[in-house]
Design a protein around this ligand. Structure first.
Ligand code: DAH
Length: 342
């Protein structure tokens, strides 16, 4: 075959191979096959020796022209393939930052902690300071200084767990009143949140472990109206202005006079429902004017100072707040339930 024909054929072949190429690796193979040391075109150049001398320049020029053409075509194709390959790689490696990720399961604040935090914030805003104390308490603070001497009948209502004759698991946060008065000078304005214990069976309204928040104010000229005003402010701040407080006379050895305080049931707004047992009211705390005898036992001059105290049941508040009728729901640790009480 004449060299010219071979060259034309080569051009056609290369052109059709180039058109079908998918990647740069294939292009490299083609380059080697045509332009490499033993490539088609290189072999043609080597064969020039066999030609008649006068033919050589013409054929040489023809081969060179084809080589230039081929190189140009291949370079062009190479740029095209590289661009496509880069784009494909970028697509494959791309991260979709908008894709929603799987969130790890996180816990939620326990309803009791939530209520406790809210009360702390509320009373802090009124100038109360948080004071914490031991859950394992001396009988002396838990009972004696709270005017509940040994054999006092009111002790029956607060049977507890005894470590020994003189050490108990505290039955209320009230011993913190004594600890505060013995360690500070009036004016005293404290709240004491914490866990308390009683030897009660667990049922819908009782638990051997529960939570209270004690409040104590000791200053000159404290009166029942200061107590009422404080608790009224607390109720309104926590539940809004349409909540009322109801004071019922009661008895506690450490306060005189004493009262129990009900708040309007927020579930039915006072109409009556199962949460308030159709009364329209929910009892949330005990309170009173600090018994002068307690002030004196705790080293406070009762002729100069007076005080008021209150003990809030946090479970009561949480149950009212979340519309729970069974106390046990708060302790079973069912994450599906607890996650809903926010
Ligand atoms: N400590 C009482 C109880 O656990 C509650 C209480 C009543 C606390 C009257 C007080 C108070 O500070 O003044 O039942």
């Amino acid at each position: 075959m004449a060299i010219t024909d071979t060259l034309r054929q080569l051009r056609e072949e290369v052109e059709s191979t180039l058109a079908g190429l998918q990647d740069t690796a294939g292009l490299e193979a083609l380059r080697v096959k045509v332009l490499g040391k033993k490539g088609t075109l290189t072999e043609l150049l080597k064969g020039m020796g066999k030609l008649a001398p006068e033919e050589r320049p013409k054929v040489g020029a023809e081969i060179n022209e084809v080589r230039q053409w081929l190189t140009g075509k291949m370079d062009e194709k190479q740029a095209e393939l590289r661009a496509a390959e880069r784009e494909a790689a970028m697509k494959a490696e791309a991260i979709d930052v908008t894709e929603p990720r799987k969130l790890p399961k996180v816990g939620s604040t326990h309803p009791i902690t939530l209520v406790m935090d809210e009360l702390i914030e509320c009373f802090s805003g009124m100038g109360f300071e948080v004071m914490e104390g031991p859950e394992v308490e001396l009988d002396h603070y838990n009972f004696e200084l709270m005017n509940l001497p040994k054999n006092h009948p009111a002790r029956d209502a607060q049977d507890t767990f005894y470590m020994d004759d003189n050490i108990v698991l505290r039955t209320h946060t009230s011993p913190m009143q004594a600890r505060a008065m013995l360690s500070r000078k009036p004016p005293i304005r404290i709240i004491c949140p914490g866990r308390v214990y009683r030897a009660d069976e667990l049922d819908a309204t009782h638990s051997p472990v529960f939570h209270q928040m004690e409040g104590l104010v000791v200053d000159e000229n404290m009166s029942m109206s200061d107590l009422r005003g404080t608790l009224e402010a607390f109720a309104k701040k926590l539940y809004g202005n349409d909540v009322s407080t109801r004071f019922r006379p009661s008895f506690f050895p450490f306060t005189e006079p004493s009262a129990e305080v009900d708040l309007t049931c927020t579930a039915c707004h006072g109409k009556g429902c199962r949460i308030c047992k159709d009364t329209g009211w929910v009892e949330v705390l005990g309170c009173g004017m600090v018994n002068p005898k307690v002030l004196e036992m705790c080293g406070i001059d009762s002729t100069k100072y007076s005080g008021f105290a209150f003990g809030i049941g946090l479970e009561r508040i949480a149950m009212k707040r979340f519309g729970i009728t069974d106390l046990r729901m708060l302790y079973e640790g069912d994450a599906r339930l607890l996650g809903q009480l926010r």
